[in-house]
Design a protein around this ligand. Structure first.
Ligand code: GLY
Length: 370
């Protein structure tokens, strides 16, 4: 049985299905969207090797033919060269306005293929089949698509909502532990930003979920997607509330930039460390109880996740340089850093009213404990 989460966006509304066995049912689920029984699938080489045959059979069961392109795995693929390669391939494959493109992979594939779909023939529909935890709970839902610039992550892109998202929780079984835990950084973020009861549940159930508990995985993905759907429905293009989803990201993006977007720090790991730092900053500013940051850190530590700057291998720049990297983030408006801080677990809010000195001292202390 899968859970269905509706994203109510008027003419752009769609469903996110969460559960096991969705790849097997993909043909039945996707057929109603098609004008002819043919789809173009873009994946990465690693996901394709593991799961493309299963998707092909799922589609073939409903008589749908699949043509596919496999891109190199990794963040470096979110670039102009691979975007051009993908769009030219889609044109070569004679994908028309009425056709559907399928993004089959993690966040990199979802973002790049969504953007390719947004600009191909001025916009074709696409379906997200996210295969990583991070993509299932975050990047496949909400319509943010794009690629990176040499000046920063996700700086080139478009809002383009998918027509359907199939989050097959069976896909999570083949994930490497480190990637799964990095994706968990985005799951815990939802509890921290808006649902204290979900955070309580995660404290009790996340260890068994990470160990493979299927029901716990379905619940955690469904609850995360529901929270994201609610926020996106209120603020599709991030004029206000959607920025709550950036909890932990201002610190996290600076750390990702400082580590060269390399394997030293995965995005979700940066988000988890960033959440711990955001709660530390909130406590120092007297906004949340002094003991709350320790509770956040204790849970991340219990999950064997990166929590401190000392968990990042190699050198890091000093606090001023990290602050400068934060100032380059997209979340800067009129020169002010926009932070997501919290009054307690589950009570996050967006503010630009944060003294730079307070941020600097949090970073200095975090670096000193390395
Ligand atoms: N990943 C944050 C958002 O979709 O707004």
């Amino acid at each position: 049985m899968s859970n269905i989460i509706h994203v109510p966006l008027g003419a752009r509304a769609y469903d996110v299905l969460v559960g096991p066995g969705l790849l097997v049912q993909s043909g039945t689920l996707i057929a109603p969207l098609l004008r002819r029984p043919r789809v173009a699938v873009v994946t990465d080489e690693a996901v394709g090797a593991l799961h493309l045959d299963a998707l092909r059979s799922g589609l073939a069961a409903s008589g749908i033919e699949l043509t596919s392109l496999a891109l190199p795995p990794g963040e470096a693929t979110k670039c102009w060269v691979q975007l051009e390669r993908t769009t030219e391939w889609l044109l070569e494959a004679q994908i028309e306005r009425g056709d559907v493109v399928i993004a089959f992979g993690g966040g990199v594939i979802g973002d790049l293929v969504g953007f390719a779909a947004a600009i191909l023939r001025r916009g074709v529909r696409f379906v997200q089949i996210p295969t990583s935890l991070l993509a299932q709970v975050d990047s496949s839902v909400g319509g943010k698509t794009g690629i990176n610039s040499s000046r920063g992550k996700n700086l080139i892109g478009a809002f383009h909502q998918p027509s359907l998202v199939l989050a097959d929780t069976d896909m999570l079984a083949t994930m490497k532990n480190r990637d799964f835990l990095a994706g968990y950084g985005e799951v815990v973020k939802y509890g921290l930003l808006g649902d204290a009861a979900f955070f309580d549940w995660l404290e009790g159930h996340a260890p068994s979920m990470a160990a493979g508990d299927v029901d716990a995985r379905i619940y955690a993905v469904s609850r995360s997607v529901q929270m994201k759907a609610d926020i996106v429905a209120r603020d599709e293009t991030e004029q206000g509330d959607r920025a709550l989803l950036n909890l932990g990201h201002t610190f996290g993006h600076a750390l990702e930039a400082a580590t060269g977007y390399s394997g030293r720090l995965l995005h979700g790991e940066g988000v988890a460390i960033g959440c711990a730092l955001a709660f530390e900053l909130s406590a120092r500013l007297g906004l949340c109880p002094q003991e709350t940051p320790s509770r956040v850190r204790a849970h991340l530590t219990n999950m064997n996740m990166k929590v401190d700057l000392s968990d990042i291998e190699g050198d890091l720049p000093d606090a001023n340089a990290l602050l400068a990297l934060m100032a380059q983030d997209k979340k800067v408006q009129e020169g002010k850093l926009h932070f997501v801080l919290a009054r307690d677990i589950g009570e996050a809010f967006v503010t630009s009213d944060v003294p730079h000195d307070a941020v600097l001292s949090v970073l200095q202390d975090a670096l000193a404990s390395r």
